[in-house]
Ligand binder design. Structure first.
Ligand code: NDP
Ligand code: PYC
Length: 332
């Protein structure tokens, strides 16, 4: 499929499912970006996830995001129970303006339904010359290190750093051993998962993807991932007056929808600390990137940027079975 085909498919499915056009277009763009960059677990597969949240009444399909400015360097978008993408679109220009004005600024998205990858957000801010960090909790699916019962969400952390004359340095990963979407893809394909991805409902390690989905996932990096997962809960939960992952899954009340709650995005303008010397110091960061690449190691997002080039030239391959499942969502 060409990326335009993917966009048309995503918009058609989302509008057909009842999502208001402004939301449908914003959500579709993140799925196009996921397919384009070879991030399958957050590409068009997520149409099934979004349609499920809509069908189960988890998302407010025509929510109107409301923007406010609680303090000079803070912006809040109350998402009204809609998908997060449109709320971010509304808040992003104000966040960028405030970061330039004050050196640092933060955007809180509240009361949004979130199923997307975070890298499109930090990459967009970094393309704009800002350093960016984004975090969001999800549903309580992940056990703390040393335990076997879910407390945390898969709680991603994304970071973007602007680079002169090239793509930004971006990473974006779940603080769980893998994103839940990856385990769902294994379950759909009938493939086992490594035995260190999670536990079954009895707290035993298992390679059965469905059992992990019913039990608890593990954090990455043992106690370190566990502490980072807790940090994400705190920053994008209580600190911005929104839900923890446990509260989110309780609010879902067994409907099986996507997480509901908040997201925190912090943007820093390098000129805030550095003034006219910003370019010189960002240039020094390049030496670190060069030292990584000089030994054959790759930078995070390098695979994504390469996939993007290929997809822009050749289009993308969507598996036939998934495509048929998506087409079946279109009414009539
Ligand atoms: P991965 O473990 O697949 O990869 C995460 C990051 O690590 C990427 O930036 C990736 O770059 C980089 N990376 C991977 N391998 C290497 C390597 N060998 N060397 C250097 N860098 C590397 O991600 P996850 O499965 O943890 O998460 C996937 C997505 O799921 C994320 O986009 C996240 O935002 C999303 N998610 C969203 C949630 C939500 O609540 N909204 C919850 C959890 C996850 P590259 O892409 O180039 O490979
Ligand atoms: O893949 O873990 C995940 C996920 C949760 C919410 C959105 N993606």
């Amino acid at each position: 499929m060409t990326l335009d085909d993917v966009r048309t498919l995503a918009r058609t499915v989302l509008r057909g499912a009842g999502l208001a056009p402004d939301h449908a277009d914003a959500v579709a763009e993140t799925m196009v970006a996921g397919e384009r960059d070879g991030c399958r677990s957050h590409g068009v597969y997520r149409l099934l996830v979004a349609a499920n949240s809509i069908a189960r009444g988890v998302v407010v399909v025509d929510a109107k995001p409301v923007l406010s400015e609680p303090a000079r360097a803070l912006v809040r978008v109350e998402g009204g129970g809609g998908f997060a993408q449109l709320a971010f679109e509304r808040g992003r220009p104000v966040l960028a303006r405030k970061a330039r004005e004050y050196g640092i600024a933060a955007l809180a998205l509240n009361n949004v339904v979130h199923f997307a990858a975070l890298w499109p957000e930090v990459e967009a801010l970094a393309e704009d010359g800002l350093v960016a960090i984004a975090v969001t909790p999800s549903h309580a699916w992940v056990a703390p290190a040393g335990g076997t019962q879910p407390v945390f969400g898969t709680n991603p952390i994304a970071f973007g750093w602007p680079r002169p004359g090239g793509h930004p340095f971006v990473f974006d990963f779940a603080t769980s051993a893998v994103a839940r979407g990856e385990i769902e893809l294994h379950r759909r394909a009938g493939k086992p998962v490594p035995d260190d991805w999670g536990y079954d409902a009895e707290g035993q390690p298992t390679t059965d993807a469905a059992a992990v989905l019913d039990g608890a996932m593990r954090t990455f990096g043992g106690h370190k991932g566990s502490a980072l997962a807790a940090m994400v809960e705190l920053l994008a939960g209580p600190l911005i007056g929104d839900m923890t992952s446990r509260e989110s899954i309780d609010a879902d009340a067994g409907r099986g929808g996507s997480p509901i709650g908040g997201e925190l995005i912090i943007a820093i303008d390098p000129a805030g600390f550095l003034g006219d010397a910003a370019a010189e110091h960002l240039g020094r960061a390049e030496a670190m990137f060069a030292a990584i690449e000089a030994q054959g190691a790759r930078l995070p997002s390098q695979r994504r940027y390469a996939a993007r080039e290929r997809s822009l030239a050749e289009g993308v391959v969507v598996p036939g079975a998934l495509h048929r499942e998506i087409l079946a969502l279109i009414p009539g």
